[in-house]
Design a protein around this ligand. Structure first.
Ligand SMILES: O=C(O)CCC(=O)C(=O)O
Ligand SMILES: [Fe+2]
Length: 352
């Protein structure tokens, strides 16, 4: 432990958490960030984060409960900032296949994963997030980060060739994700009674999809170490597939565990949707806890407006009663990243 305490973050981040666990190493001090806040935790009852049927919201023949579903969607995003999406058009069998191949990727020998290894300060590839600012804690996780859309932004060298089915399945998932983002963006606009394509237009033709495969190794000290530190996403919104509980959302100053629902995708607002909805939808602070018993896998797809596109609150959401809260912003993802590395939120930067 004495030796570990002098290791700077740059050095620790060259090692994979998975390797430390296999070698039976204790979490080094730079990973220790919790101070007994566990007492305030509540496992969210199954029904607290609403389950929304996207196909019902999208149907072009209104009726049959569409208005109620849209109302439920709006209310979920105003309070929780997230919802569990079903009726998204992806079969449970395929979701399981995608979970499985993601797990197989991380369970390969380190030599295989090192083919996608990133430099400590790079973003894309296999490894950990770049070194945070002094004084920030490290996350008990390894991840593979890949650009997915626009297609010309992909870095094929970083798309794993093993497991053999990885690329084909990721490609298929990506195509399906495009449909899910279209359904979701339209449903959100409809729920706010604004033109159904308005968010799609703001995201733009070259909207970004980035996939982040997260592997949270088992941890001997879940009371002291987090899988992912508290943060809000800098995306427009994020679509998360998980294979176990562990993700927690902050609401009314309390952490709530997101239940795992096999057939559902968690859709979580990022800061840019909070801006585009003039603060009506909330971009929630969330974190991932660690577990002694089981490792956890998740795949987050960050859906963000195209690079260099100015975004801002929808005109239809601004009136005398609800005046403009946010300015138009450009390059928000980069601004967000700067604050993220300091363990801070960035949203104030966009406030009027
Ligand atoms: O692992 C999860 O469930 C959430 C991941 C997450 O919040 C992120 O990658 O930004
Ligand atoms: Fe996140």
């Amino acid at each position: 432990m004495a030796e570990a305490s002098i290791l700077p973050a740059e050095v620790l981040l060259c090692k994979r958490v998975q390797e430390m666990v296999l070698k039976g190493e204790e979490p080094p001090p730079k990973y220790v960030c919790r101070d007994g806040d566990a007492v305030h935790e509540v496992a969210a009852p199954f029904s607290m984060i609403p389950i929304i049927d996207l196909s019902l919201c999208a149907s072009s023949t209104p009726g049959m409960g569409q208005q109620e579903e849209l109302q439920k969607l709006k209310s979920a995003l105003c309070s929780w900032g997230c919802f569990q999406a079903v009726g998204h058009g992806i079969s449970s069998t395929f979701l399981d296949k995608f979970r499985e191949v993601s797990r197989e990727y991380f369970e390969q020998p380190m030599e295989e994963k090192k083919k996608q290894a990133k430099g400590v300060e790079d973003f894309e590839g296999y490894g950990a997030d770049p070194v945070p600012e002094e004084g920030q804690f490290l996350d008990w996780s390894d991840r593979l980060f890949l650009e997915v859309y626009p297609e010309d932004q992909r870095n094929p060298k970083l798309w794993p060739e093993k497991p053999e089915s990885f690329r084909v399945i990721l490609e298929e998932y990506s195509i399906k994700m495009k449909k899910v983002t279209e359904l979701t963006s339209k449903a959100m606009a409809k729920s706010l009674n604004i033109e159904e394509n308005c968010f799609l237009t703001q995201f733009g033709e070259r909207a970004q999809h980035q996939a982040r495969f997260n592997y949270y190794s088992r941890c001997q000290r879940p009371d002291l170490v987090l899988g992912l530190k508290p943060h809000s996403d800098g995306s427009g919104y994020t679509i998360i597939l998980m294979d176990a509980e562990g993700l927690q959302v902050l609401k009314d100053e309390q952490w709530f565990t997101v239940p795992k629902i096999s057939e559902a995708l968690l859709v979580l607002m990022g800061d840019q949707m909070e801006i585009m909805t003039n603060g009506i939808f909330k971009s929630p602070v969330h974190r991932v806890v660690t577990s002694k018993e089981k490792e956890r896998i998740s795949v987050a797809v960050f859906y963000s407006p195209e690079v260099n596109k100015e975004i801002g609150p929808e005109d239809g959401l601004i009136n005398e009663e609800t005046p403009r809260l946010f300015k138009k912003v450009k390059g928000y993802a980069d601004i967000h990243w700067g604050y993220y590395q300091k363990g801070q939120r960035a949203l104030h930067v966009a406030k009027v």
